[in-house]
Design a protein. Structure first.
Length: 219
């Protein structure tokens, strides 16, 4: 027996209204949460920013990303871009999809340095959503596996003179934020580091920027 459910026009309008309220309400709450998180991270970073430059510009890129630029960075850095990249909490379907694929709130630092590195490195957490394509590309180029130091949970590949690569991985993982990715390239930006913003308030922002300087000095 087939049972047909017939919804009256009035009930249909009510359901549509409820759906709109839920979507708009979720968007508003998600946007507020991301703005609060982004502002909190930006305030936290202020402690360490003077270590690499005196002038920083900040702008929001939508509701899920914040960009900070340091133009005249401290030697050997030339230029630094910091991105606070958050989950798309304002769009429920996208948030659920990307969260299931490993997307989390992350801090990205992209740095240009005064001289090209003598090696290239691609190290990342294989479960992170930002690392999959880069790791596949490293394998396609037949870069050699690089052993990760104890306690550094990344898979790494490289090419060139890789003697200092394990030390750089140890440095990148040394700020107490979970390391997501460390990329060293001969092309710009020569350095990219990604950390998960997990309990960042318990970590010194100065330590983050000290590590960026130490990594750049090791190249």
């Amino acid at each position: 027996m087939i049972v047909l459910w017939v919804i009256s026009p009035e009930a249909g309008r009510t359901l549509f209204f409820v759906a709109v309220v839920v979507v708009v309400g979720w968007f508003a709450v998600g946007t507020i949460l991301n703005v609060r998180k982004g502002n909190a991270v930006a305030r936290w970073l202020q402690e360490g920013l003077p270590l690499i430059g005196q002038k920083t510009t900040l702008r929001w890129l939508g509701s899920s990303a914040v960009e900070l630029k340091i133009q005249d960075a401290r030697n050997p850095l030339l230029h630094v871009e910091i991105f606070i990249l958050m989950e798309p909490r304002d769009v429920p379907f996208l948030w659920g999809y990307f969260h299931a694929r490993g997307r989390r709130d992350i801090l990205i630092a992209r740095c240009r340095v005064s001289s090209a590195p003598v090696f290239q490195l691609e190290a990342g957490n294989p479960r992170a959503w930002t690392t999959r394509g880069a790791q596949k590309e490293a394998i396609r180029k037949q870069w050699v596996p690089v052993p990760s130091p104890q306690g550094v949970n990344v898979v790494a590949y490289g090419e060139g003179r890789l003697e200092t690569a394990p030390e750089l991985l140890t440095l990148a993982a040394g700020c107490q934020l979970p390391l997501v990715r460390l990329a060293i390239r001969r092309a710009e930006p020569e350095i990219e580091v990604q950390w998960q913003l997990l309990r960042f308030g318990n970590v010194s922002a100065r330590r983050v920027f000290e590590l960026l300087l130490q990594i750049s000095n090791q190249l």
